[in-house]
Design a protein around this ligand. Structure first.
Ligand code: S0N
Length: 304
């Protein structure tokens, strides 16, 4: 029997998404020429999905400071674009989502940015900025994982709101083997996701885990055959897109706030202000100021 809820909401299309490639252009916000997208492919669909693909398959989609800069530009654009309701992050090809920081771009003091015309010597750990951007994005971000999600790449999928894994996905932290670690979300959010004991196992032993282990641990939302990863990701996006964007935004704010302290409250507060500014009550104060009169808040209900 089909429930009345199912009758009203109906099936979600499994049709392919039609993507349009996007890049910083002359008519958009000013970006320096070296921000031109090279390591990342950025696409949008008219139905409201943005997709960020790390395009360095020959390095298992490892990121350099430049890769991260490009991803940050895409995330910023997806946040500001009011036609976009959900963002997908993935890696090019079937072998890797992301293998973390590019070890060949790591100097003695950290990752260095090879700019046109010479190497920038200042080490920059800008992936932390990207992690916070994903957390603060007022729209869901879905990691669509095929192949390896390891090191800093594993952390990127963890900070996404949802993870859809292909059955060939492999997860783990390699840092303790290669001399790195993430003592931020990479440790504390992981413990929230999979529990303290498992998080300590993952960091201290630096083992790799297959997709079915990851599902059992609560690291991913679902596992699908590799051939169905793109379609399943589109279905999840479409289910999200037909729901209330404001309800989703506030839920994301609240789920983050329980973990993020003052920074999380800042986001939740920002969303509350955004809603208040659209209300009659909020606008009465502004109008009264502009009209040089006392505001009349007496007509607004004092809800219990
Ligand atoms: C991913 C692995 C398991 C894949 O193994 P597979 O399939 O056998 O392929 P390989 O032959 O190993 O690799 C194919 C080619 O790709 C290169 N490559 C792979 N990963 C990287 C990488 N991370 N950096 C540079 N190159 C990479 C290989 O060298 C090979 O090249 P060729 O064909 O030329 O030989 C396997 O590759 C693997 O284990 N990779 C390394 C994973 C790893 O250790 N990553 C780094 C972990 N650390 C971080 O991510 C830093 C954390 C971080 O970013 C951070 C966190 C908090 C605060 C700040 C930071 C920060 O540092 O910014």
């Amino acid at each position: 029997r089909v429930s009345s809820y199912e009758r009203v909401h109906g099936d979600v299309s499994r049709d392919p998404v039609s993507w349009v490639k996007c890049a910083p252009g002359a008519d958009e916000r000013s970006v320096a020429s070296h921000y031109e997208l090279r390591d990342v492919i950025y696409e949008k669909s008219p139905e409201g999905i943005a997709r960020v693909t790390i395009n360095r398959p020959e390095r298992r989609n490892a990121f350099t400071p430049r890769t991260v800069k490009e991803m940050r530009w895409c995330m910023d654009d997806a946040r500001d674009d009011m036609t976009i309701g959900v963002v997908v992050m993935r890696g090019m090809g079937d072998l890797a989502f992301c293998s973390g920081g590019d070890q060949s771009a790591r100097g003695d003091g950290g990752y260095v940015d090879a700019k046109a015309g010479g190497a920038e010597e200042t080490p920059r750990l800008n992936v932390l900025d990207l992690q916070m951007q994903i957390r603060r994005m007022p729209k869901p971000v879905i990691a669509s994982v095929a192949g390896y999600a390891v090191g800093g790449g594993h952390i990127l999928h963890m900070v996404c709101d949802l993870t859809i894994a292909a059955d060939n996905a492999v997860f783990g932290q390699t840092g303790p083997k290669v001399g790195s670690f993430d003592a931020g979300y990479g440790s504390t959010h992981m413990a929230r996701l999979i529990g303290q004991k498992k998080a300590r196992e993952m960091w201290f032993l630096a083992r790799l885990y297959n997709a079915s282990d990851a599902l059992k641990m609560g690291l991913v939302n679902t596992v699908v055959p590799l051939a169905e990863l793109e379609t399943e990701t589109a279905v999840w996006c479409r289910e999200i897109l037909r729901n209330s964007p404001t309800a989703i935004r506030l839920c994301k704010n609240a789920l983050n706030a329980a973990e993020d302290g003052q920074a999380g409250i800042q986001d939740l507060g920002g969303s509350a202000t955004l809603l208040f500014y659209q209300s009659e009550e909020g606008n009465e104060g502004r109008r009264a100021f502009l009209e040089g009169r006392k505001p009349d808040f007496s007509k607004f209900k004092r809800f219990p």
